[in-house]
Design a protein around this ligand. Structure first.
Ligand code: PMP
Length: 388
């Protein structure tokens, strides 16, 4: 008969219980919808209603573009998560951390130098650093690729360098440290994933310029809201200038949504509930995936050691946002193609300036997406055993 429910493309039959062979496990994008069940549990308290005549002005009552109420909540959030020191730091808001990354590059670039700042990151790195820096195509900065290539060139103070340091890193989940040091090196610490969901928090981050986002914290990637913590006042002023000239501030609706969400985060279980939920979800996914991969010689995933977490006050196992999968067989140089053949879509290593022996698999999607991914990987790994 006709299905009563709408089955997704992977299931059929009257009660959607029959698995269809041809459907694809999509582990490509980093859309953080694994947090949807948390928000379903808090549907009423997180709901927002805004009357048409509310918040029409460009500015808040103090004539600024930022909600100080939201700023206060962000500082409290960091003190609960124990992931960043906010005292003595300014806060800038952005349309996602994406906008703040380019605001930071602008702010750290020399104003009147004949040579552009070299913008670098260590391989494998998040593609947007390069895409954005190239796109804005400025006389003040230029993307120069892998940070380690510049290790011996940073002592000359005329050579300004801006290094993106991503901790935990996208794609491999490592807590990266700066590769370059010296008087002419400035760093942007991208902490999009520095939450108890995805990593142990060894100590609160206390760098001069750090970016965060609600995208990977609450999962509301589509609201486009992020913030930067900035120590130096001149750098802060330049970032504010960037925000003013490019956008005249961040949407007040996005700020209102972020405030509502953070209120729920801070109220539930003394602010611990979302971290427990997110960590447990990511941890279980990682354990199950690791277990399957550990039986395989054909594939491997990155190793992340258990580490003491000051948030959970215990040693905790890894729970990264992505698996950085490697094809080990010599002839399987194009790992993305191997996976595609098995109906698994990941993001190829070359996107991260690494070789195509690696593929990034997103573990941030829905339970259904993850179950399907695991099922496909299981099949692939057991096929290999049969063919041995
Ligand atoms: N930094 C890293 C390392 C990311 O992976 C992402 C999103 N995938 C971002 C920044 C940008 O996130 P958003 O603009 O949604 O805050």
């Amino acid at each position: 008969g006709k299905p009563i429910c709408e089955c997704n493309s992977c299931f059929g039959g009257p009660d959607c219980s029959q698995f269809s062979d041809g459907c694809v496990a999509d582990a490509d994008s980093g859309d953080p919808v694994f947090l949807e069940p948390f928000w379903m549990q808090h549907a009423a308290s997180s709901a927002l209603v805004v009357a048409g005549w509310h918040r029409m002005s460009y500015v808040f009552d103090d004539q600024s573009f930022i909600s100080h109420e939201l700023e206060k909540h962000i500082r409290k959030l960091h003190s609960i998560a124990k992931n960043a020191v906010t005292s003595g730091k300014y806060i800038v808001f952005g349309a996602g951390s994406t906008q703040l990354l380019s605001a930071a590059v602008y702010a750290l670039s020399p104003e009147n130098s004949s040579s552009p700042a070299k913008v670098v990151a260590s391989v494998p790195y998040y593609p947007m650093y390069e895409l954005q820096t190239d796109f804005f195509n400025s006389v003040s900065f230029k993307f120069e690729g892998d940070a380690s290539l510049w290790r011996n060139h940073t002592s000359d103070s005329t050579k300004n360098v801006i290094e993106f340091v991503t901790a935990p890193n996208n794609p491999d989940g490592k807590l990266n440290k700066p590769t370059l040091q010296g008087p002419s090196v400035k760093t942007i610490h991208d902490h999009a994933y520095f939450w108890p969901h995805f990593t142990a928090i060894p100590a609160p981050a206390d760098e001069d310029l750090m970016t965060f986002t609600i995208s990977k914290l609450t999962g509301h990637a589509g609201s486009r809201f992020g913030w930067a913590l900035v120590k130096d006042e001149a750098v802060y002023q330049r970032m504010v200038r960037y925000m003013t000239f490019s956008e005249m501030g961040v949407s007040r609706d996005a700020q209102l949504r972020a405030l509502k969400l953070l209120k729920v985060v801070l109220e539930e279980g003394d602010g611990k509930e979302i971290f427990e939920f997110a960590y447990q979800t990511m941890r279980k996914r990682w354990e199950r995936l690791s277990q399957v991969i550990s039986t395989s010689k054909r594939f491997s995933i990155q190793e992340i050691l258990p580490q003491f977490c000051t948030f959970f006050q215990k040693v905790r196992g890894p729970s990264p946002a992505y698996a950085w999968l490697k094809c080990e067989r010599e002839e399987e140089e194009d790992c993305g193609a191997v996976l595609k053949e098995a109906n698994i879509i990941g993001r190829e290593g070359s996107m991260f300036a690494a070789g195509n022996r690696h593929v990034r698999l997103s573990l941030l999607r829905t339970d259904d997406d993850f179950e399907l991914l695991l099922r496909r990987i299981n099949t692939l790994v057991s096929e290999q055993d049969r063919s041995k």
